[in-house]
Design a protein. Structure first.
Length: 160
């Protein structure tokens, strides 16, 4: 959701994915695949996320979103505002006649990327092939990407 506003750079994709799954634990591969970036791209900046306390590593060496981080709290507030706007937009354009009905179990099966029959290695290879960019900090247009800048720009943000 925040990608519409902040762009589709790998860091935003990862933050967007983690905010969408705030109570989950992930391996690096799961984060990369879920964020639709390559593992090597994730490796280029995951230590920055750790250093800035955006994510933590738990006892079983999996990554978790640090929900206590001020940066994460502000990004979550932004995400909530964007979700509310999207809900309003969808509600205004809702047409019940065109809605297909799925059970909760069917929806869970459709959207469960951690299901046993999902081959993360295959998905990761597909992402690497399709990845249109190569993240190189020195040559990146996002050279000055700074989460604190994003944080400070939303620091005075008002909720709906």
């Amino acid at each position: 959701m925040s990608m519409d506003l902040l762009g589709k750079c790998p860091q935003v994709k990862v933050i967007d994915y983690l905010l969408a799954h705030p109570f989950e634990e992930f391996t690096k591969q799961q984060i990369a695949v879920g964020s639709e970036i390559s593992r090597s791209t994730l490796d280029n900046f995951i230590n920055i996320f750790l250093k800035e306390d955006i994510i933590n590593i738990n006892e079983n060496s999996k990554y978790v979103l640090n929900k206590k981080s001020k940066i994460v709290k502000k990004l979550d507030e932004l995400q909530e505002i964007l979700v509310q706007k999207e809900i309003k937009k969808q509600f205004e354009s809702f047409d019940e006649k065109n809605m297909e009905m799925y059970s909760d179990d069917e929806l869970n099966e459709i959207f469960d990327e951690n299901a046993l029959d999902v081959d993360l290695n295959l998905i990761e290879k597909e992402i690497e092939i399709k990845e249109e960019y190569s993240f190189n900090h020195k040559n990146s247009k996002m050279e000055n990407f700074d989460l604190f800048t994003i944080y400070s720009s939303f620091n005075n943000m008002e909720l709906l």
